[in-house]
Design a protein around this ligand. Structure first.
Ligand code: MN
Length: 440
């Protein structure tokens, strides 16, 4: 049997306690730290000085690299922190260099910093610029780690056998397309596709009637690996740059007709939406949690298992789905929350396991590759991350506060994903927004 080599670093227990020490000693996470950028000190900001997520914005027709701080962006080159505008180089930083950059950012943006006089000129208001995708996305893989989603969807298609037998052994995924991943704020046309009603003799071509959202997280790869070299579970997080919100729009009627035998195809690749800010694992460190499969379930094969992954592989990220219909927008009604869940509760596999599994066969990953988590639903309909689950396959419409109802999305509907982390003793951080509108 093939057993991939595992890097021998520290002993497992040493490594886990070492990482805990690193976290508690990380001055950038100190909850009492405040910034001379006043908006970063607001209690409800997604971007306090403890977050410092990376993104790209457009200025004078060019893309520039920045870090979100309150309602502002610090232009990293203008601040003298980098001498280029190549996000791939930032993604490729070693973990130590990425942390050193974070420490410089934190010190320079902190209240009382001598950098303030210089860096004030490197700030730009988020409201003044258009954001771009946070990096050029190379390859895109969508996983299926949401076990409650997989079970609920499986039930709709196979009531007796909702979860296929491989699910609890293999992180299931498929290769998607990077070409139709868009940054938050775009609109996209309702896609055409082959549709076939169950009682119809033949399919026809038409606009999808079952357009859905998928509440996901995007994992952005940092340093890559050479083809043929697997990334061991204990090294996997050194290859992850950060997390975004991610909406994997899906045409359920197209999907139902095309998905066998090779899986999703045109039902998924007409549009995806990503939030503009990559929140690093450094910022997420306080929100790590123990990870385990239920005791009655198969335990991960050795290559997908490590003490560090068990002790802190999960991440407590609260997730929300909001809907604003065209009518609500016309009436000045705020988006309404229709679902909420949590990454740690929803995910059957950790980010490290996804990276390790993806490369166990020698597959090469590159900086800027995107791993979608899969739909992150909880166990109830209120915790669903897709309309497919909220409406039991389109059978029971959800009713909105203004009396409108939905089974699937209508033209003019805007879906907004949000995410945040909070824990006693640490500053709340957010992932920003991931919004897009379907048009006819
Ligand atoms: Mn998906």
């Amino acid at each position: 049997m093939f057993a991939p080599a595992r890097p021998v670093l520290l002993g497992h227990e040493d490594r886990a306690s070492h990482e805990k020490d690193t976290m508690s000693q990380d001055a950038t996470l100190d909850p009492t730290l405040s910034s001379w950028v006043a908006s970063a000190n607001a209690a409800d900001t997604d971007f306090p000085i403890q977050n410092l997520p990376f993104g790209r914005f457009q200025r004078d027709g060019a893309l520039r690299i920045g870090v979100a701080i309150g309602d502002q962006i610090l232009d990293l080159q203008a601040a003298g922190l980098i001498d280029h505008q190549d996000m791939r180089r930032v993604l490729s930083l070693s973990t130590a260099d990425r942390r050193a950059l974070r420490a410089s950012l934190s010190a320079g943006l902190a209240e009382g910093s001598a950098q303030q006089a210089v860096w004030e000129a490197a700030l730009v208001a988020q409201s003044e610029v258009r954001m771009a995708l946070p990096c050029d996305i190379g390859d895109y893989t969508d996983f299926y780690v949401g076990v409650h989603h997989a079970t609920a969807v499986g039930k709709l298609f196979r009531p007796d056998n909702p979860l296929l037998p491989n699910y609890k052994w293999v992180p299931i995924g498929y290769h998607g397309r990077a070409s139709t991943v868009n940054v938050s704020g775009h609109s996209f046309k309702r896609p055409m596709g082959q549709l076939k009603a169950p009682d119809a003799d033949a399919p026809h071509l038409g606009p999808t009637q079952r357009l859905d959202l998928e509440l996901e997280l995007g994992i952005i790869m940092g340093r890559g690996n050479a083809q043929g070299e697997a990334i061991g579970i204990d090294a996997a997080e050194d290859h992850i740059f950060g997390f975004t919100l991610f909406n994997d729009w899906s045409a359920r009627d197209v999907q139902a007709w095309e998905y066998q035998p090779l899986g999703p195809f045109l039902a998924k690749n007409f549009a995806s939406t990503m939030s503009p800010w990559m929140v690093t694992l450094d910022a997420l460190a306080p929100f790590r949690k123990a990870f385990a499969h239920p005791a009655d379930d198969p335990q991960p094969l050795p290559y997908l298992s490590s003490e560090a992954n068990s002790q802190q592989g999960a991440i407590d990220i609260a997730l929300e789905v909001y809907l604003q219909t065209a009518q609500m927008r016309a009436d000045g009604v705020a988006p309404e929350r229709i679902g909420q869940s949590n990454f740690a509760d929803a995910a059957y596999w950790t980010a490290a396991q996804l990276v390790t599994h993806h490369t166990v066969n020698g597959c090469a990953m590159n900086p800027g590759d995107l791993l979608g988590s899969g739909t992150l639903s909880g166990t109830t309909r209120e915790q669903a991350g897709s309309l497919l689950e909220m409406t039991l396959g389109g059978k029971e419409a959800i009713t909105l506060g203004n009396g409108e109802s939905r089974t699937f999305l209508r033209d003019g509907d805007t879906i907004i994903l949000k995410g945040y982390c909070q824990r006693e003793g640490f500053r709340r951080i957010g992932l920003g927004e991931c919004a897009a509108t379907v048009i006819g």
